[in-house]
Design a protein around this ligand. Structure first.
Ligand code: R5P
Length: 278
């Protein structure tokens, strides 16, 4: 963004592994934007973010806008069985207590997570960006498939943008990387756009694509917001019926695949930042 330079900060570790942060700018009474990922090494990066926010608060920044394009730990957003935490709420508390005054993020795992925060949240979406490229690749009569019930909001939005129909899969998890699917809807003879928020191990998308192919789908394109691509995820996708994998660049991506196409969220983010500093 024109006229704005990035601030200087020293980031390192103490000999015992604790994170060491030093803000090397005068931020007194200034609005500060912190852009941080907490994907890849979520425990370290989340801790790093909290410590950076604390340092900025103690250096008297007037506001601290935290931009985390993919907010991790949000898949645990309710107590669905005894003995489990609600990490999405915990992360919201931690960020707020540390001193964040606003959060900017893309496609939270569930919309209601926004309500876990007592600070304003700019909850942006990747679907317009993804649909624009999907439209260039697919004809009009596509079926947008939600690979699980939690993805219906995203699939509905995509179907609206693509002028397509919608179908939904019922997913039963067999293990952390294996799932069983049943389709509610019809994909026979139609191009399919599978739409989800996260791809982690790829188990969900690969199982959904295989079922669509079995049920007669013509071609299968995938559009996702956050590509975690854990372990052998991309090679599983490479040998699956998925023809193309569109992903927003909400986190740093080292992984490569001939099927992968990354789309930039930068213009959307820049527009939002601009509206906040006007
Ligand atoms: C689940 O609720 C999410 O929307 C994704 O479907 C899930 O995180 C994908 O995980 P995996 O790629 O490991 O199947």
């Amino acid at each position: 963004m024109g006229g704005i330079t990035s601030g200087q900060m020293k980031l390192g570790s103490f000999p015992d592994g604790e994170i060491a942060v030093e803000i090397q700018e005068d931020v007194r009474e200034k609005r500060v934007f912190v852009l941080q990922t907490i994907a890849g090494d979520p425990n370290r990066y989340l801790c790093e973010l909290l410590i950076i926010i604390d340092a900025l608060k103690r250096a008297s920044a007037s506001s601290i806008v935290v931009i985390v394009p993919y907010l991790g730990y949000c898949r645990q957003d309710r107590k669905d069985r005894p003995g489990v935490p609600i990490t999405a709420k915990l992360v919201a508390n931690l960020l707020t207590v540390a001193g964040a005054t606003r959060l900017v993020t893309f496609d939270l795992h569930a919309d209601q997570v926004e309500g876990f925060f007592e600070i304003p949240v700019d909850h942006l979406h990747c679907q317009t960006l993804l649909a624009k490229t999907a439209k260039e690749l697919m004809q009009n009569n596509c079926v947008v498939v939600a690979p699980d019930l939690g993805s219906i909001r995203i699939a509905e939005e995509m179907a609206g943008l693509m002028n397509g129909d919608i179908a939904v899969m019922k997913k039963r998890r067999l293990s952390s990387s294996e799932v069983e699917m049943t389709l509610i809807g019809d994909v026979a003879g139609r191009p399919v756009l599978l739409a989800d928020d996260i791809c982690s191990t790829g188990g969900t998308l690969v199982a959904a694509a295989e079922l669509c192919r079995k049920l007669g789908a013509k071609r299968i394109i995938v559009a996702i917001s956050h590509g975690l691509f854990v372990g052998d995820c991309l090679s599983r996708i490479e040998s699956s019926p998925i023809e193309r994998l569109l992903v927003a660049n909400s986190l740093p991506q080292q992984a490569a695949s001939t099927k992968l196409r990354q789309l930039s969220l930068a213009p959307q983010l820049a527009e939002l930042i601009h509206s906040l500093i006007r």
